[in-house]
Structures are given as C-alpha cells and as structure tokens.
Design a binder for this molecule. Sequence first.
Ligand code: NAD
Length: 412
Amino acid sequence: MGALENTLRYFRTASEVMDLGDRIERFLTTPRREVSVQIPVEMDDGRLETFVGFRVQHNNARGPMKGGLRYHHEVDLDEVRSLASLMTWKTAVVDIPFGGGKGGINCRADLLSEREQERITRRFVDGIHDVIGPHKDVPAPDMGTGPQTMAWVMDQYSKYHGFSPAVVTGKPVDLHGSLGRDAATGRGVMYATEEVLKAYGKGKGIADSTFAIQGFGNVGSWAARLLHEKGGTVVALTDVKGGIRNAKGLDVTDVMAWLRRTGSVAGYPEAEPCTNEELLSSKCDVLVPAALSDVITKENAKDIRAKFIVEGANGPTSWEADEILHRKGVVVVPDIYANAGGVTVSYFEWVQNLQVDTWPEEVVNTRLHGKMVQSFGKIRSIAESRKVPLRTAAFVLAIGRVASAASKLGVS
Ligand code: NAD
C-alpha cells in the first residue's frame, strides 16, 4: 500500500467516527494544487542531469500552506501527496494558522556536492517561485535538507519577489532563522513523550524509561540528546549506515562526537552493532522512529516490545501495523502531533520574520511547550471520550478544525 493510501486510511477511520459525510470528506482529501518540475542541472563533472521536483499544496482553509522540502531518492508524487495532507492535519492539531503542503526532489542528497545541491535548489525555486510565498505556501526543512538549503530558497525567491525571509522557515539563525528551530522537532518529540508518560506511564517518567531511536539526523539526534538530558536511557540508535545498542545506556553526547568524526553512529566503540530490525524489536519502554516512513509494518509489528511509540518521522507506521499495535496495547503517539514541534517553531519563525523581530530561545521553547501540552490534552480528552486510539483522536481534532474553517469559507 502506498503512503497516500495509508494516510487516507487514517483519515477515513476518523471521518467515520465523526460522521463527516461524503461532500466535505471529498473536499478534504483533494489537494488544491500539484506542481511537478523538471530540474536540469550541470553537475560538478560537467554532465547535465535532470531531477524531478514536486510541490503539493493540499489545503489552505486555515491559512497559507506549510510543509517541508525533502531530498531523497524515494521521493515521488504519491509520497509528497501523503506528506502534504499530513501537514494539513498537523498544523490543525497544534492549532497554528497554516494549511498543509509538501515538496521534494528525487535525488541522492548524500552523493551530491554542496554546489550541486545549491544549483538544484535554486533551479527548483525558479520552477515554483510563483506558487510559493509568505502568504501562499511556506516551505521548511525535511529529510536531506537543512538551514543552508532554506537560505538558498530564500535568496532565490527574493531575486524574483524582493527581500522575503518569511517565504521559508528553518533558515540559519544569522539569516532570519529562529532560535530553537533546529532542535524544535526533537524537542517537541521530547515534550510529547513527557505528556504521554504522564498520562499512561503508570508513574514512570522520562528519567525512569529506556528509548530506542531510529534515525540520528535532525529529529532523531535532537530527540536523543534532549531525552538523555532529562535522564532517559537511550539503549539503541540507528542511521542509514548502521546502528548501535547498549542495554546499560549510550552516552548520547559522546555518540554525537563520534558521528561528527566518522559520519555515522555505526562503529561507536562503547556499544554492539544493531540492525534496524533489531532496533525496532528492542527491549525498551519507548520506540522513536525518526527516519523513514513505513518502517513499522504488519510483518514486524508483532515483534515490537516497546510500550510506547512516539512517531518522530512522518508516516512510520502502516495502518495494518497500527491495528496490531493497538490490539497489543502499545500506545502510539501519532506523527501529526508527535513531530509537530518543527512546524510550530516554523510558525514562530514566520511570525518573527513578518514582525521583523527576534524572540529569545526561552520564549520559543516555552511557547512550544505550551502548544504541545495543550494539544495533547485535547487529543487525550477526545481519545477517552470517544474511546479511540490517540491517532484517531488527533485526526478527529484536526479534521474538525479544518472542516469547520472550510465550511465557513464555503467549499465551492
Ligand atoms: P535528516 O535527513 O536530518 O535525518 C534522517 C536520518 O535518518 C539520518 O540519521 C539518516 O542516516 C537516517 N536514515 C535514513 N535512512 C535510514 C535507514 N534506512 N535506516 C535508518 N536510518 C536511516 O531528516 P530529519 O529532518 O531528521 O527527518 C527525519 C524524519 O522526521 C522524516 O520522516 C521527516 O519527514 C520527519 N520530520 C522532520 C522534521 C524536521 O523539522 N526536520 C519535522 C517533522 C517531521
């Protein structure tokens, strides 16, 4: 099953609970615009290569569309459509005034030089600059992209439209980025973990819990560092090149230093090697998938031993796996809430850019904390009153907000 079909399954489970009706359901599952551009680029060795880039704008009933830009060799229209719709639900769950969009370029970001990445990014912006903008659609980082990519997007867009820092978020801090944005998604994962443990951890908090984390990039490494800082024991970590585990706990700061030296967590001396499958079935309290989508499947869900899954990645759990986990009593904190810290601080960055202001990092983190606590309270209350899992509850909350805005605007 493709990524989009998976997201639609989750949507439909919630829309049935809400008795949404066909008309509004069809409206909310139809993207407003899908753009596909060919990006011919001269490579460092003089060859001309053509990349394909996408931007899908799913819904703008609650505000300008918002969503990341992914550089990965599995990017295709189906995946970008799915991620764009997840952004609509995510911005609604945390109640920030944005809709949902997503973009991506099919490429091997890890094999491209920085100059090649810059040329690809600038040519991509040439192809989409007229459909994005501070009040239309605001990209941000995702897998394979980061603050430097966002700086190029801002600069290239500004060549067409004049100085426009608010066209993109996740920029470098010294180039109109927000303090706290780099850590925001991982920090949100940590706050989400704190909330779910408070609610269902039977007295166990982060400091009494063990964690296995898949992916050690922006989201996974910040989540690991912040959970470790709160006293949590990280027992397993993987990245694209391999993984490590140590039942007594990994020193995350030291693993970060190892990663900086070697380019991977693999080979870290104070641990044993660990595959992705071993990580997913690790003995731990909380599993944090923070890399790819569709990694928890109907084949491996039965092997999961964690009591909680906090979805740092987008779409890591297939709907069949989700049902198996629910039957097993595993509490899944869904992506549209768990990793919403990034888009929340992106919203704060957008506000600062529009107001030509800079907030101190404590203000950013305190406001993020407020959003994560408040949203969890609402999701939990829907889950308990309607007797549904947290994912369905989060979709009910989000769909309710988007449907209400759309029907007040008039859907036709
Ligand atoms: P990133 O590119 O910074 O890091 C990705 C990490 O995943 C790297 O450590 C990489 O080595 C690892 N990885 C890649 N393939 C793997 C594999 N086969 N097995 C194990 N590890 C693998 O990306 P990121 O920004 O951290 O994004 C990770 C996930 O979080 C994505 O699903 C993304 O959509 C989601 N997300 C990111 C943000 C954000 O602000 N960056 C916000 C919300 C959600």
